[in-house]
Design a binder for this molecule. Structure first.
Ligand code: ATP
Length: 200
């Protein structure tokens, strides 16, 4: 279980105090919802360890994540943007952070409408939606059990989005991942059979 217990954060003294309290079951998919600027992205960064909480706790099973440095947290995070290293090819980007065979990674990419020809390209040579799918594949195929996805389908057309949702749901289920994602699209909740979590 991921347990967010009375977690609080403030960018600076004059800013709103952001506050979070909820839990999600291991192996489930949860979707963070709430109006723009309410603090969804901030929460993902607090869980991953890129921001320090001022109060509260983050527990993954019995492990106190809030006491661990970023690299020790069992977390894989897809940012809203800039997920790929510009100086590495797509193949090199896809190889980072795991030891899976390239054929398995390519199969996932193709499932999302990707193409083997992308592998030798650099990120700047792909469209925003193509880059997003590459980054999504890498984030989910890393070994960490807790996966945080910040608007993972935002750049995709409706058909590609449907395929991407199916791949994410199947991969997460098969590999026993726990997923927490940010989305404004009600269809994501329905098709991913996800638990909505409202941030207020
Ligand atoms: N680096 C920062 N420095 C100061 N304030 C910030 C910073 N990043 C975000 N904020 C502020 O913190 C609040 C929460 O931002 P956050 O990006 O977490 O919201 P969000 O719910 O993810 O928004 P959106 O749905 O628009 O992506 C906002 O008021 C934002 O202006």
């Amino acid at each position: 279980m991921l347990r967010i217990n009375q977690l609080k954060f403030q960018y600076k003294k004059s800013a709103n105090l952001l506050s979070y309290h909820f839990s999600i079951n291991t192996g489930s998919i949860a979707i963070l919802q709430g109006i723009s600027g309410i603090g969804k992205t901030t929460l993902l960064h607090l869980i991953a360890g890129f921001l320090p909480a001022s109060q509260g706790e983050i527990y993954w099973h019995q492990q106190a994540l809030h006491r661990l440095p970023v690299e020790k947290r069992p977390v894989s995070l897809l940012f809203q943007q800039n997920n790929l290293f510009e100086h590495l090819t797509i193949a090199e980007n896809l190889q980072l952070g795991h030891k899976l065979p390239p054929t398995q990674i390519l199969a996932s990419l193709i499932h999302l409408g990707g193409d083997a020809r992308w592998l030798t390209a650099y990120p700047r040579q792909l469209s925003g939606g193509q880059q997003q799918r590459v980054a999504l594949v890498r984030t989910l195929m890393r070994p960490e059990p807790l996966v945080l996805l910040d608007e993972p389908f935002s750049e995709l057309d409706p058909q590609t989005r449907t395929n991407a949702r199916q791949w994410v749901a199947t991969y997460a289920h098969t590999h026993k991942k726990t997923l927490l994602l940010v989305s404004h699209d009600p269809q994501d909740i329905e098709q991913l059979d996800a638990q909505p979590i409202y941030i207020t």
